[in-house]
Ligand binder design. Structure first.
Ligand SMILES: [Zn+2]
Length: 289
C-alpha cells in the first residue's frame, strides 16, 4: 500500500496542512497508461496489450485550510472488490473493467476510515471538490451526504466515461462556473475569499476536468487529478489512452507549463507514485520542452 503523507505549511501567514492518502491501488495496461496514438485507436491498442503496469496509487488530497477543510476527490469504494460492483453499468462495462484493470482496496483504506485516522470528522468538512466524475474519484461520495460537493458545471453536463449508476442515490453536486481568468488559465473559480484555493479548468481527460491550485507562502501546489497520470507525461508531452480530447489535453499541458515557468510549482496527480515524495520535498516541476 502507498503510505500517506502530511505536510504543514502556511498561506498568508496562516497554517495550512495537507494530507495525501491513497484510497487503494490499481493496475492498468501499459499502453493504456501511455498511449502510442493520439486518437481513439489508442483504446483498442490498450485492450490488445497483454502487459499490465506496476501498481499505482489513487491519491485523495485533504486540505486543512484556515477557511475550512476541503477534500479533493474521494477515491475508490472498497465495494469494488465485490464481483457485482459494475453490474448496474451493464455487461460490456463489467467485462471491460474486469479485463483491463485490477483494483485492490480494503475497507480500512476507504476515505471515511482515512479521515477517522486523521481525526477529521466528516461533518467538519466544508466541501468535497471533484476533479471529474470517474468512479475512482467518486467512490467515497456516499460518506458525504450533507457536504457540498463542488463540481465544474461543464463536467456535469458532459461527463465522459462516468458510470452514473455508481453515483450515490440523489447525487446533486453544487455546480460551479469557472469564468475567472488566472493567467495563463482562462477558466478558474476561486474557492476561498483570498484566492489561495482555486479550481482550474484543465480539460483533456474529460471535457470538464479540473485541477486544484493551492497558493502557499513558499510556492504553488497544483493537484492535477488525471490531467495526466504522471508528472513525466506532462514534462515529455505524452498522454494516456483515454483522453476525451488530445487537443484539449495538449493545450492544458502547455498552460500548466506556462504557469510553472512564472511560479515555482509543485505538481501532483492522482495516480503518480511520486506525488508524495514531491509534496514532501516541494519539488518544483521541471521540463525541457
Ligand atoms: Zn483516475
Amino acid at each position: 500500500m502507498f503510505s500517506p503523507i502530511t505536510i504543514n505549511t502556511t498561506t498568508t501567514g496562516r497554517p495550512l496542512r495537507l494530507h495525501l492518502v491513497s484510497t487503494g491501488k490499481g493496475l492498468d495496461k501499459t499502453r493504456f497508461r501511455q498511449a502510442r496514438f493520439r486518437n481513439k485507436l489508442s483504446i483498442l491498442d490498450a485492450i490488445l496489450d497483454r502487459r499490465f503496469t506496476e501498481w499505482i496509487p489513487i491519491w485523495v488530497l485533504i486540505i486543512e485550510h484556515p477557511d475550512g477543510t476541503f477534500i479533493v476527490d474521494t477515491g475508490l469504494d472498497p465495494a469494488i472488490s465485490r464481483p457485482g460492483y459494475f453490474k448496474t453499468s451493464g455487461f460490456a462495462v463489467t467485462r471491460y473493467m474486469r479485463s483491463q484493470f485490477r483494483f485492490r482496496i480494503t475497507p480500512d483504506d476507504g476515505i471515511d476510515q482515512q479521515l477517522i485516522k486523521l481525526n477529521i470528522p466528516i461533518p467538519s468538512v466544508k466541501a468535497v471538490i471533484l476533479t471529474h466524475l470517474h468512479f475512482d474519484h467518486t467512490g467515497g461520495l456516499r460518506h458525504f451526504p450533507q457536504t457540498p460537493i463542488l463540481l465544474n458545471r461543464k463536467e456535469w453536463k458532459r461527463p465522459a466515461g462516468a458510470l452514473k449508476k455508481l453515483y450515490p442515490p440523489g447525487f446533486q453536486p453544487t455546480l460551479l462556473d469557472l469564468n475567472t481568468p488566472l493567467d495563463p488559465f482562462p477558466n478558474t473559480c476561486p474557492l476561498v475569499p483570498d484566492n489561495s484555493l482555486t479550481l482550474v479548468h484543465t480539460p483533456g481527460h474529460t471535457p470538464g476536468h479540473c485541477s486544484v491550485l493551492i497558493k502557499t507562502d513558499t510556492g504553488h501546489i497544483l493537484f492535477g487529478g488525471d490531467a495526466c497520470y504522471t508528472q513525466d507525461q506532462l514534462a515529455e508531452t505524452k498522454f494516456a489512452a483515454n483522453m476525451a480530447s488530445y487537443k484539449a489535453a495538449k493545450r492544458t499541458y502547455r498552460k500548466i507549463k506556462e504557469f510553472a515557468r512564472n511560479h515555482p510549482l509543485c505538481f501532483l496527480t492522482t495516480h503518480d507514485r511520486e506525488s508524495t515524495d514531491r509534496l514532501a520535498q516541494r519539488t518544483p516541476l521541471h521540463f525541457s520542452q
